[in-house]
Design a protein around this ligand. Structure first.
Ligand code: NG1
Length: 415
């Protein structure tokens, strides 16, 4: 059963009534442009043909009641529940979506049933899909008339309320994707470009057999990279003689020709405190994260991290050109180079992801790379249409699966 039908069915069985609306939000996979979004450098994701659906209807009391086909414990909390105080992660996302809309909503409750065919903790954005689907469902129930840009901003805000530092790519592609197209997203200045995918190409995604958790050490490792790239931006601005950046991000200096050349001048490791002193800037913009502050004395490998981010942004430009030219071999090489850079410079791959990317390439994919934050999760491969089977089989043999084809699909919508 598809997620929309499954959510409607679960709603009927749980609440004994027909849902008023069903909102659907796809997962996404990032083709290339990894760990560039929080530096405000471009990414090239697409929405996939797997999704989370939320069936919604009114409730007779001032509370939110929800059930999910993926998690056993139902949610039942008052309208003013604070997301961080809820024990279950999916309850936090639900309360966060409700509270992101708080000042626009009537003091009425809702009943919700959630169904999904997206694997969780995979790097396929199941949490952003859930958040966008929830917002779209609330929008429909209470006729809020949110624009797509509202939806993107509110979803990112809600995910931060739920405790996730998020770069901004996921919500945007989930809201704006088109069937058979990739979406190049630029952040500085903001722009979106839909790129048609050549009909002879196919995409396969595969699990590395290890989850890509959003909490604990994986979140700490993600935050280290957010802070390290800010440090690199501040030090490069200083080396380039440009004004200290109010919000130090590599995207603010990447277009200066000399910037990539100066990366080798960066210290191999430096702490935020020492970098702020060296660049003559305050410490706070370097270490402030939405989920709290970061240890300012932890030395971070800023040179290697900056080398990855700046080279990855160039690969996004080249990948867009390869897609437009229909050059599958060129795209495959860029994906292999992206994976090598994530493995060697950004240090967010795992032996299982390395083996998986290699197995899919050996089985005939033009290229393969880890996708999402890394430290586990999924890899993506591109191949000629009709050649998917050996790539899927090789992925399952290497890492145990699941592995399946994904098709560039439409963004979030009502059923
Ligand atoms: P995943 O691991 O797919 O959720 C995360 C970030 C993205 C981006 C990528 C790395 C969240 C919700 N998403 O993606 O914004 O930074 O890592 O390219 O944290």
């Amino acid at each position: 059963m598809d997620p929309a039908a499954a959510a409607a069915d679960l709603f009927r069985r749980t609440f004994g009534a027909e849902p008023r609306h069903i909102a659907i939000a796809p997962g996404r996979v990032n083709l290339i442009g990894e760990h560039t979004d929080y530096s405000l450098l471009p990414v090239l994701p697409f929405a996939i043909d797997r999704a989370t659906a939320v069936a919604i209807g009114p409730s007779d009391g001032p509370s939110v009641r929800a059930v999910s086909d993926a998690f056993p414990s139902p949610a039942h909390f008052p309208l003013d529940a604070v997301p961080a105080t809820l024990a279950e992660p999916w309850h936090r996302y639900l309360a966060a979506a409700r509270s992101a809309l708080a000042d626009r909503l009537p003091a009425e409750g809702a009943c919700l049933a959630i169904a999904s065919d997206l694997p969780a903790a995979s790097g396929l954005s199941s949490s952003s899909a859930l958040t966008v689907a929830l917002l779209l469902a609330f929008d429909a129930l209470w006729s809020l008339r949110l624009s797509r840009d509202d939806l993107v901003g509110l979803a990112a805000h809600a995910e931060r309320l739920a405790g996730a530092e998020t770069g901004g790519m996921d919500q945007r592609v989930i809201a704006f994707a088109r069937p058979a197209h990739l979406l190049r997203i630029d952040f500085l200045p903001p722009a979106m470009t839909h790129l048609a995918v050549p009909g002879a190409w196919a995409f396969v995604v595969a699990s590395s057999g290890q989850p890509a958790p959003k909490g604990g050490t994986a979140r700490a490792a993600y935050n280290e990279r957010v802070v390290a790239t800010r440090i690199a931006a501040a030090l490069l601005a200083d080396l380039l003689g440009v004004d200290p950046l109010e919000a130090p991000v590599l995207g603010a200096i990447a277009a200066i020709d000399a910037a990539p050349l100066l990366v080798d001048e960066l210290p191999a490791r430096i702490s935020a405190r020492n970098a702020a002193a060296a660049a003559g800037i305050p410490l706070e913009p370097l270490v402030t994260l939405s989920a709290g502050a970061f240890d300012p004395d932890l030395p971070l490998p800023v040179r290697a991290f900056a080398r990855h981010v700046l080279s990855e942004a160039e690969r996004v430009d080249l990948a867009c050109a390869a897609v437009t030219a229909g050059d599958l071999a060129a795209l495959g090489e860029l994906m292999a180079a992206s994976h090598a850079s994530l493995r060697d410079d950004y240090r967010c791959s795992t032996p299982a992801l390395d083996a998986l990317a290699k197995a899919m390439t050996n089985a005939g994919a033009a290229g393969a790379r880890l996708t999402g934050a890394g430290f586990g999760g999924f890899a993506i491969a591109v191949c000629e249409r009709g050649r998917e089977r050996p790539v899927i089989d090789a992925a399952v043999a290497a890492a145990g699966g699941p592995a399946f084809t994904v098709t560039p699909s439409a963004g979030a919508r009502l059923a």
